[in-house]
Write a protein that binds this ligand. Structure first.
Ligand SMILES: *Cc1c(COP(=O)(O)O)cnc(C)c1O
Length: 451
């Protein structure tokens, strides 16, 4: 039995998979924030590259990956599928646990899978400048490298708490040539209005998105890019699951359970949609679990409503599970999971009972991360520890029930640049954050009035 299952470059998938082609209930359409009418492609053209808008709205099942992107994927892809034998042993479980290691990318996470095609399509259209936001810095780092590959200028609005807690990713972005700005900033109307109300605001992805979108709308030959939530981002990430599908077959196994951590849903979509296809098309028995932070529980405790993707209300209204665009997440270390909403495709799948959710408290995630580090050697990203914690829960359940389960989870990134978080955990300085129903009601009660 091999520990790692490698796929040859020549066997790598050459298309991405669009799950909307196989969904019985399609996601509801996004709405124009002013007219409240379904968005047209033209509405989005000031914000996104045309080809990405096409991918956002397409119902085609398979989308060709451009040759230039395939060539760049070869820098680190296909990523290994690994059997977590040492973790299995430590848990004394009959479960077989596999993980897809997306931490092997040059930036250390799955985000580069979408950054490269997004920069590519913008470049092909003649765009000169990109703007974006970043939480923990993973998306900003990915887009910084992708922008440097394609010769594009880049402004990154980085959530202030991460800018301060995680200076190394700022330095990575700057090494790849990006301009990094802590958000909320004084450079935009959105940032200035937040700071006027709360000068010590530590920022959120929602605020940073408002700033980056505003700058894209104001700038010439400038477009905005997003690292999660949207359909085209999930589409690009399906390269993870399409590779894993082949690798599981090489291992002679098929997953009973597929797990990923959940921020906006892109790595979750990436690893799970190709397997969900078997459920939708062939009726295969498979469970997929989204592991979200207990402090940002949009899928389990949020409302399914139209809501803005950002804090200020510049983005289209998206039909999604949301905690409300005014929700201010606790300062947990999994910066990439501090977002109020879930992508529209995952939201519809969740509504239709095709996706399960587990809420994990911060301390449980770091306990899981530490056990994983001590068994498999890899120190996982704080975000990825949510998937590990969920996999451990399922492996323990398999032991209690005395059944062999095959579990596949996505290791969305390594945590080598997040060691201050581990330091706090090891020194007993980390805490859980409880969220009451009243607190959730504050930012979700008025959502239905948006449309
Ligand atoms: C950004 C990020 C996430 C969360 O984003 P999704 O779109 O939900 O995948 C998870 N893990 C890592 C390592 C990240 O950088």
């Amino acid at each position: 039995m091999s520990k790692k299952i490698f796929l040859n470059e020549s066997d790598a998938p050459k298309q991405w998979y669009n799950i909307t082609a196989d969904m019985v209930n399609k996601p509801l359409p996004p709405l124009h924030p002013a007219t409240k009418k379904p968005l047209t492609p033209e509405d989005l053209e000031p914000i996104f590259a045309k080809e990405l808008i096409k991918q956002e709205m397409t119902s085609e099942r398979w989308i060709d990956i451009p040759d230039e992107v395939l060539e760049l994927y070869k820098i680190w892809r296909p990523t290994p599928l690994v059997r977590a034998t040492a973790l299995e042993k430590a848990l004394d479980t009959p479960a077989h646990i596999y993980f897809k290691n997306e931490g092997t990318s040059p930036i250390g996470s799955h985000k580069l899978n979408s950054a490269l095609p997004q920069a590519y399509y913008n470049k092909m259209q003649g765009i000169k400048r990109l703007t974006t936001e970043t939480g923990a810095g993973q998306w900003g780092a990915a887009l910084s490298f992708a922008s440097s590959v394609f010769g594009l200028d880049l402004n990154v609005y980085m959530v202030k708490v991460s800018y301060e807690q995680k200076p190394y990713r700022r330095m990575m972005m700057q090494t790849w040539g990006a301009n990094v700005i802590p958000s909320p900033s004084n450079l935009t109307d959105a940032g200035r209005s937040i700071l006027a109300k709360d000068p010590n605001n530590s920022g959120s992805l929602g605020i940073a998105i408002s700033e980056a979108v505003e700058m894209a709308l104001k700038g010439e030959q400038t477009r905005y890019t997003l690292g999660s939530v949207l359909n085209h981002v999930s589409l690009h990430q399906t390269i993870i699951g399409l590779e894993a599908e082949k690798q599981m077959e090489m291992a002679g196994e098929y997953p009973d359970i597929v797990i990923a951590c959940f921020g906006g849903g892109s790595n979750f979509a990436g690893v799970s949609f190709p397997f969900l296809r078997h459920k939708l098309v062939d009726g295969k028995e498979i469970r997929v679990i989204a592991a979200e932070p207990a402090s940002t529980p949009k899928l389990s405790r949020g409302k399914f409503e139209y809501d803005f993707g950002d804090t200020v209300g510049l983005t289209p209204l998206l039909p999604m599970y949301t905690l409300g665009h005014d929700f201010q997440p606790a300062d947990i270390h999994a910066g990439g999971l501090r977002y109020h909403g879930a992508g529209t495709i995952v939201s519809q799948l969740r509504k239709d009972g095709l996706v399960e959710v587990q809420d994990i408290p911060q301390l449980e995630t770091f306990e899981a991360g530490k056990l994983f580090a001590n068994t498999e050697g890899i120190i996982p990203a704080p975000e990825s520890t949510h998937a590990i914690a969920s996999a451990i829960r399922e492996a323990k359940k398999a032991k209690e029930e005395g059944v062999k389960k095959t579990i596949l989870f996505n290791l969305s990134g390594h945590g080598l640049i997040d060691m201050t978080a581990y330091d706090q955990f090891l020194n007993g300085k980390m805490q859980n954050y409880d969220l009451t129903d009243e607190e959730i009601a504050k930012t979700t009660d008025t959502l239905e009035k948006l449309v």
